[in-house]
Write a protein that binds this ligand. Structure first.
Ligand SMILES: [Zn+2]
Length: 114
């Protein structure tokens, strides 16, 4: 398992999200923690303006834990999201490659798909 460079894992609930997620743009991974204590990522996402709210939207999902990192730059967040997506692609529930913000020239560092 590659190093994620993300904070966590944390329990996916509203109190914890409000305590630890204080910036607006960032990257997150949703998943669960194995009996041995390893975080198993199942979904990777990004928010360009409200990662706190997006994580709350996931609190009633099948995922129990999350990791995240906030970035001042949405482009940096996108680059990180792409990296995680490619690292974990085989095990993720994500069906599609991360999408760049409209009207930007962001490029995935790992492939040509955007
Ligand atoms: Zn890519």
């Amino acid at each position: 398992m590659p190093q994620t460079g993300l904070k966590g894992p944390f329990q996916l609930n509203r109190e914890i999200i409000d305590t630890v997620v204080t910036s607006s743009s960032g990257v997150y991974a949703l998943g669960y923690v194995e009996i041995g204590g390893d975080f198993i990522p199942k979904y990777v996402g990004r928010s360009d303006n409200d990662i706190n709210q997006i994580l709350k939207d996931w609190t009633s999902s099948q995922y129990s834990q999350f990791k995240f990192e906030c970035y001042d730059s949405p482009e940096l967040a996108f680059t990180k999201e792409c990296g995680l997506y490619h690292d974990w692609k085989e095990q993720l529930d994500n069906q599609e490659h991360p999408k760049k913000l409209e009207d930007t020239k962001w490029k995935c560092p790992r492939c040509e798909s955007c």
